[in-house]
Design a protein around this ligand. Sequence first.
Ligand code: PAN
Ligand code: ZN
Length: 194
Amino acid sequence: MEQEKLFRPINSLFDFTSLELNPPGELIVRNLSDMDFMYQDQDKVTEILQKNDPMIYRFYNVEIPETAGHLQHCISMVFPGKIGQEYYMTKGHFHEIEDTAEAYLTLRGQGRMVMQSTEGETDIKEMKKGTITYVPPRWAHRCVNTGNQPLVFFAVYRGDAGHNYGIIEEKGMKKIILEEEGKPVIKDNPRYEN
Ligand code: PAN
Ligand code: ZN
């Protein structure tokens, strides 16, 4: 069998002050207009988008071949803020190859990882500097910034895992994280349909 061409080792450097990765790889930015339908308070979304289109999060994907033997990895940051009572968050996804896991190391900030299995179970873990969150196969995952500074994390997953946003885009997740009396609380998503 023909050997795959030898891939050279890579070093990337994350700058904790500028919050940039060097080299940046593929930089993906998501503004509110990219995920407006995912927030509960649609009136608030409309009101904000009439004035501006805030950046909710961005992530730097180190450019790695999307094959099973490689490990994709990225640095993501969710900015602090809320849409109404709901904290800024990532879109969230299952992996296209559902049987692939992921590990997240939080580098800075405060948040929650909201996970939902293909069987519909929910699990929510705290994210803060130093937490290592393991997302097992078949769990959708979304990161929510519950603090007042950027929530920054490093994630690594199988090269060919892929991202499936469809189910979450259509249905959302069962649980949402809102701020009440200055604190994050877990609520049932009123818009979630089984
Ligand atoms: C992460 C996420 C990243 C952005 O690298 O892709 O934090 O979140 P969304 O993909 O939900 O927009 C990851 O989980 N990769 O598999
Ligand atoms: Zn993932």
